[in-house]
Design a protein around this ligand. Structure first.
Ligand code: HEC
Length: 164
């Protein structure tokens, strides 16, 4: 039993290192982390939808207009400067994370909202995020965004992608 335990520990350590730089010692076990979003549609059933990600946002509850809201975009730009620009450029150039140019066409709006408000379970499950993680070698930290901050950020990303 003891040997088994040792092997188990070695495996966990190896997996942590392999999944990017070992910079995330405080990572919770993915299995337990994915259950606490109890009120979210489709959460906790074991079925993961890579189109919308995991979290409380859906296309229906976002109800996006196809016109830009400039006030929201402005607020989103301000939040970007404080919380996101250390790692993201507005061009397609990678900094720590991928550049934002084109992100609103690469990803669905509900996916973006779920990822930026709830990155951890998606880093553990989402194939697109895992591909980015392999490139970037850093897990995007949870920025504790309020729903409004997140929504304003999405509006700024839409503006950055040319929505008027
Ligand atoms: C410490 C660096 C860091 C900070 C700060 C950060 N990110 Fe990220 N972000 C990343 C990394 C790295 C990725 C790639 C996924 C991964 O490896 O976790 C990423 C991915 C993303 C993606 C997906 C991009 C794509 O092409 O699909 C979005 C959207 C995003 N971040 C938004 C934000 C927002 C909004 C903020 C600010 C509130 C923010 N990020 C702050 C590092 C960061």
């Amino acid at each position: 039993m003891k040997t088994f335990y040792n092997i188990f520990v070695i495996l966990i350590v190896a997996m942590t290192l392999a999944s990017c730089g070992g910079a995330e010692q405080d990572t919770k076990a993915p299995e337990s982390a994915d259950k606490h979003e109890g009120s979210a549609p489709q959460a906790g059933t074991g079925s993961y939808d890579p189109k919308r990600g995991e979290g409380k946002f859906t296309l229906a509850n976002l109800a996006l207009s196809d016109k830009l809201d400039p006030v929201m975009a402005k607020a989103g730009e301000a939040t970007t400067e404080v919380k996101c620009s250390p790692c993201h450029k507005l061009t397609d150039e990678k900094l720590v994370g991928p550049g934002w140019k084109g992100v609103t066409t690469r990803r669905a709006p509900d996916w973006i909202m779920n990822f930026i408000t709830n990155p951890d379970p998606m880093i553990d499950k989402d194939p697109a995020v895992q591909a980015m993680l392999e490139m970037c070698m850093v897990r995007m930290p949870n920025q504790s965004l309020s729903d409004k901050e997140a929504r304003d950020l999405l509006e700024f990303m839409r503006k950055n992608d040319g929505l008027k």
